[in-house]
Design a protein around this ligand. Structure first.
Ligand code: MTE
Ligand code: MO
Length: 548
């Protein structure tokens, strides 16, 4: 027990010391971050998919907890070694754990000495704590079997009599010393860690982001409105978005607010990239290499577009999809300036966090609104959505196009490079599939609608960049009925749809929905999971109508 206590304390003290360094050195992270990050990148795709399936977006928290737990276990072993008189091996194991931390930093993009300091200092502090707390002279401290301590001391110091006292520390003075030392270590650690946490706040981009003034876009796309009468549901909304939004309760809004927008990335901690340190390099198969600062970017003509983003991992009926208003610089303009060479069929984009992806050059140069975005829904990009600059390419899943915290664009051949997820068995091409989602009624047992014979069936449909021409629903597997569709700003956004079922009868029912893209091609019916190129099939919801 005593050894475990020493081990856990030394681990805690090491992590706390590391945290203090994190507060002092920009770009440094707690050792659990690079180690966890390496685990993310190294584990076989099957394990990764399983983790996502089990834990969903909590997978990162689970990974951090797992890493901390492993450290605690190793720490306990180390502490036990130390009290057993095997201090040399205790130090050695601690040093090896520390080296793993340093090694992990080395494996991450742009390793610097500063980034290696947290594991180095943390390890040294751990060793120091083990040395300080473990018994100096094991043999002297070991009591003879059956020997009792001074009864007078027992009466005055209750803790001595506690049954948890290890056999090594039955001597009152030593035990009191240990408790004193342990609480000192605990207290100092909590303080160091706390100070580190507070200091770390300095490196957040929240402040500069709030102060950033966006230049007005020179080119905004006027929403194309084709809405029938919305008197019933749209209420008093007056923004253009209101014409795209039926305003039906339970249906995702046409524009998803930033703080509710889905977030998917491999980053264990959100990269904090100060805009003044940001640079973008355009290189590879181009006539002229280019380099841009954030200020350069702000001086360029900007477009503003509504574009729907989707994750390839979105299940049928899932919510890893959203529509936002993006503002940025057209990628085609930049690439034209650089001069794309013939044969450069792939645009590889890389993030400051090491993540990367490849998009077909054609998808970026064919006139669609592919952009380097700096703003989302009228605000600078939130840090978790790529501040200060990210890519957005209408019509491609995020994993092959939407690089956040982007700092490099390389033109290369399609066959010469495979992006992060392609190496992990996802399809090299990732056009977003046509999909209809039913948001209302919500599925599951016990659903009831206000059953005056009318049930509002409604949701969203997308075939990003191809547009949505028609949505149909089938109730109780009956005939397909055409839905009413809301307006859209362009073919690059999803579209709300609704169907008022006015012959609803009490009892259990089901509804399926299917969408047709702009060319009139219906989404495939055959159900298929998310791998390797996105889910397909009809969304089906079962619900119950209650009599009133
Ligand atoms: N740097 C970085 N960019 C990334 C990713 C990532 O893991 N790292 N994930 C991509 C994926 S898979 C998706 S679906 C989108 C999600 O963007 P969002 O989090 O802003 O919704 O970001 C893309 N850009
Ligand atoms: Mo994704």
């Amino acid at each position: 027990m005593h050894g475990v206590a020493i081990g856990l304390l030394s681990t805690f003290a090491g992590l706390a010391a590391a945290e203090l360094i994190v507060g002092l050195v920009r770009g440094a992270n707690s050792p659990v971050v690079p180690v966890g990050q390496e685990v993310i990148d190294i584990v076989p795709p099957a394990v990764k998919d399983l983790a996502i399936e089990w834990f969903g977006t909590a997978d990162k928290a689970v990974l951090i907890m797992g890493t901390l737990l492993s450290l605690a276990v190793v720490g306990s072993i180390v502490g036990t070694l130390a009290v057993k008189g095997n201090r040399a091996s205790a130090y050695a194991v601690t040093a090896v754990v520390g080296l793993i931390g340093v090694f992990a930093v080395q494996m991450r993009p742009a390793p610097t000495f500063g980034k290696m300091l947290p594991p180095i200092v943390g390890t040294l502090v751990s060793i120091l704590v083990i040395w300080w707390l473990s018994p100096r002279d094991v043999w002297a401290a070991r009591p003879i079997d059956g020997e009792t301590t001074d009864p007078v001391v027992r009466q005055t110091d209750e803790s001595v009599a506690a049954p948890t006292v290890g056999s090594l520390f039955t001597m009152p003075l030593q035990r009191r010393n240990f408790l004193h030392g342990a609480s000192t270590v605990g207290l100092v650690s909590v303080m160091a860690g706390g100070i580190g946490r507070i200091l770390k706040g300095r490196f957040d981009v929240g402040g500069e982001r709030a102060a950033l003034e966006l230049p007005p876009p020179v080119d905004t796309l006027a929403p194309v409105v084709s809405l029938p009468d919305l008197a019933v549901d749209s209420g008093t909304q007056s923004t253009p978005a209101a014409m795209m939004d039926f305003g039906i309760a339970g249906v995702e809004r046409w524009v998803v607010p930033n703080d509710e927008f889905y977030r998917i990335d491999t980053a264990l901690v959100v990269p904090q990239v100060p805009k003044d340190s940001w640079k973008l390099r355009v290189y590879g198969m181009v006539d002229r290499e280019l380099e841009f600062t954030f200020a350069d970017l702000l001086e360029r003509d900007m477009i503003e577009r509504y574009i729907t983003l989707s994750c390839v991992s979105n299940q049928i009926g899932g919510d890893l999809v959203g529509n936002a208003k993006w503002q940025g610089v057209r990628l085609k303009d930049l690439l034209d300036e650089a001069g794309v060479q013939p044969g450069a069929t792939q645009v590889v984009s890389r993030s400051i966090d090491g993540w990367n992806c490849g998009s077909p050059t054609s998808a970026i140069m064919d006139g669609r609104d592919a952009m380097l975005a700096i703003a989302m829904n009228g605000e600078p990009l939130p840090a978790e959505h790529g501040y200060p600059v990210r890519m957005v390419v209408p019509g491609l899943y995020g994993y092959v196009s939407a690089t956040k915290w982007v700092t490099e664009i390389e033109l290369t051949r399609w066959e010469d490079f495979d992006g992060y997820w392609i190496k992990r068995n996802w399809s090299k091409e990732g056009p977003i599939k046509t999909m209809a989602r039913i948001d209302r009624p919500k599925g599951g047992r016990g659903y009831s609608d206000n059953a005056d014979g009318v049930v509002d069936i409604a949701g969203l449909a997308w075939a990003v960049h191809r547009g949505i021409s028609k949505v149909e629903v089938s109730i109780d597997d009956g005939e397909w009925r055409e839905c009413e569709v809301a307006g859209v700003a362009s073919d690059d956004t999803w579209r709300q749809w609704r169907y008022q079922w006015d012959k609803a009868t009490p009892g259990k029912h089901s509804v399926r929905a299917r969408a047709y893209d702009g060319a009139g091609v219906p989404q495939p019916e055959e159900p298929k999971g998310v791998g390797p190129d996105g889910a397909q099939g009809y969304h089906r919801v079962e619900f119950k109508v209650e009599a009133v």
